[in-house]
Write a protein that binds this ligand. Structure first.
Ligand code: SF4
Length: 321
């Protein structure tokens, strides 16, 4: 038994409750080799948790994550598997060690995984990686503070590529950058994907950005994927009311004749999520069933492939105007 009147214990219990309730739930997807899946949603929806789970930064408390058929838990014990996946973070200012020269930042994974032994080989590889991301080998002698935000993100990408990964998780890689620089980094990432056959899990809160880099799109709300399918199918005909609300918030987006769902309400606290469908307090299509019963995923066939939407209105055929 616990004496919950003690403040430190109340804080501990609140932390533990938050940790459980903020965890992602019922999230299932596969990313075919050489393609990009993007996950979007508002802050606190669980997309960054999925990003970190996907590269094994921490283990899931339930379920399983597989990389080419092998459980990701094996990657922690197998450097050969671990080096095949890497992560690019949102903030290139915080993710680069300010006291290291760029050449050492980029070389660190090469040394850590023992990919090359001699100084000359490592220096040549670092020069090659810097050129691959649009920098020059001479930039390797400089420190991170000597570069702009976009150039620092290029350094982060060179470092991420230095372990020769096949799978990259990109957690909001352009959201700290100016709009014009964002486009350059997105183009670079698409170019690298085409040249190196990379597979991306792309995390963003910006639907307009993900449209240009994704093959498939997953929309997250309060720790759950509420809609997932081919990106163009979702942009053309979003099924879940939350996806429609997010798309309607993009200025100048072609509405294809459908009614606009007004943006409204705040994301509820994940500590005490709503009953039934967690989106019901904000949803204009909510009814009594929505308030009581959590919806399963309904499959809708689009020309580009199947779309899954977790919504009673989709299942009942009353989601589209
Ligand atoms: Fe709205 Fe109901 Fe669909 Fe939830 S299940 S999104 S409340 S219509």
């Amino acid at each position: 038994s616990f004496d919950v009147s003690r403040p430190w214990l109340q804080r501990k219990l609140a932390r533990e409750k938050r940790a459980v309730l903020r965890a992602v739930d019922d999230v299932s997807f596969a990313i075919p080799r050489g393609t990009t899946l993007s996950l979007v949603g508002e802050s606190g929806c669980g997309k960054s948790t999925v990003a970190r789970l996907s590269v094994g930064l921490y283990p899931p408390s339930g379920g399983e994550i597989r990389f080419e058929g092998q459980p990701l838990s094996a990657a922690r014990a197998q450097p050969a598997l671990r080096r095949r996946m890497n992560m690019i973070f949102q903030d290139p200012y915080a993710s680069l060690n300010p006291r290291w020269r760029v050449r050492d930042i980029v070389a660190e994974p090469i040394r850590a995984f023992g990919l090359l032994r001699t100084r000359a080989d490592i220096a040549a590889r670092v020069g090659q990686l810097l050129m691959q991301v649009g920098l020059s080998p001479a930039d390797g002698e400089k420190f991170p503070h000597e570069f702009s935000g976009g150039q620092r993100q290029r350094i982060s990408i060179a470092r991420a590529l230095s372990s020769e990964p096949e799978f990259l998780v990109c957690d909001e890689p352009t959201s700290a950058l100016d709009v014009s620089v964002q486009a350059q980094i997105l183009n670079l990432m698409r170019d690298l994907q085409a040249r190196l056959g990379l597979t991306y899990l792309f995390i963003s809160h910006n639907l307009a950005v993900v449209r240009h880099v994704s093959d498939r799109l997953g929309v997250m709300y309060l720790g759950r994927i509420v809609e997932i399918g081919p990106v163009e199918a979702i942009f053309r005909t979003p099924h879940h009311p939350y996806t429609r609300m997010l798309l309607d918030a993009i200025p100048d987006l072609e509405m294809a004749g459908r009614a606009r769902i007004p943006v409204g309400g705040e994301v509820p606290s994940p500590i005490d999520p709503p009953s039934g469908c967690p989106f019901h307090p904000r949803c204009p299509l909510a009814n009594a069933r929505c308030r009581e019963e959590k919806p399963g995923h309904t499959r809708v066939q689009a020309p580009e492939g199947p779309v899954l939407a977790a919504c009673h209105a989709v299942e009942e055929g009353r989601a589209q105007p």
